[in-house]
Design a protein around this ligand. Sequence first.
Ligand SMILES: [Zn+2]
Length: 469
Amino acid sequence: MREVRIRDTLTGELRPLEGDGEVGIYACGPTVYSRIHIGNARPFVVFSLFACFLRSEGYRPKLVVNVTDINDKIYVAARAAGKPSGEFAAEMKQAYCEDTDRLGLGRPDAEPLATETVAGIVSLIQELVDSGHAYESGGDVYFRVRSFGPYGKLSNRRPEDMDQGEDAGSASLKEERLDFALWKAHKPDEDTSWDSPWGPGRPAWHIECSVMAEQELGVTFAIHGGGSDLVFPHHENEIAQSEAAGRPFAKVWMHNGMIEMSDAKMSKSEGNIFQLSEALDRYGREAVVAYLISGHYRQPLAFGAEQMDEAVARVERLRNFFRDKALGAPVGGSAGKQRGGPGDPPTGARDGGARRLEAFKDALADDFNTPRALAEVFELVGEANRGEVDGGEAAQAVAEMLELVGLSTLTQPGEGVEADAEARQLMEEREEARAAKDFAKADELRDRLSELGWTVRDSADGPQLVPKA
Ligand SMILES: [Zn+2]
């Protein structure tokens, strides 16, 4: 079991995982008011693969990714869609699961819903009211920020620079501008509400996560994760609520950087390209996963046609490596044939695969450095293609590396399944619809292809039909 270290947002330090191997991870999941976009997929992929790596090292991770299904944005979007908010949120939750299932990384160990956590939320809010950390006002309940001394420690902000981003209507109900909502009184245009000691209403967003984390992982756990856009106010407020109520809460804070659109033209001309489902249709599961781990998780990651084309090319290079091997082409060759110069380590060729595999795992253990790990994969593929290392051993090591980053399907290149006439016809119609910018029709045709078991993938030779994973 390697020592695994993560850069902690709270202290800025590289912190080793403590304890006996149990690793509770809580990563903030989506608010289900629309289909998820490629940016939402980044934390899903990073934390799923991180948990997978920990498991492979002998740790016992439990990954919790919540679903926020009570939220202002859901009421607004449901009204626009002309549906009851509960029904709308359930549909969007289903779509989120379908979209992320297609990433092929499995489900988190637990996916709690805010709607199923309301009793626990009311009880934590009551504790905070009883201890003077929160107060009722006009049917709302607010957290009294000045009552929690360390407030601001995660985001390193001064109180005067903090804006809770809450609606202007609540300003007159707050003792201080800095306070934030724990409970919101029922409003006439909201079609759901829950009973509470403060009257009918619903939980505010931040308190949902404090309670779901505790219910799934206990009062203290190893890692709290999420996008860096959640550091303030969401995570700052989670700390305040939980620690003010005497819970030690998360030991390490692990934040992924944002996806930055680098290609304005692409977003305008392609409509909904940044939805995860669309990226999966266009580029395939492997390229999307490879793209999302191409940069270090803490750094921002540019997204555009250029980045995705690069990801497709990298994935193709790996697929070809295994395809060549399956076809009996020489991968590698006789071990060490180009070695043996003065000063070369005598064992360099034979243990090349094992050495790179160790370096790959070391990179993942060192603040989950996926770009450094992937560099080991491509170095080894290059060495094998040039015959510098034993081909069989290299292929085995590459396969093991790819397994750890969710790309093991690349080791079993398909036999080139031919699409039938009906599927080819639908694909042509879809291309025409896209050319005419009729994205609704294009989506409908994609769904019909999907029902027939096909995914359309763009390649250098134009769109291709590939069997759905
Ligand atoms: Zn959260």
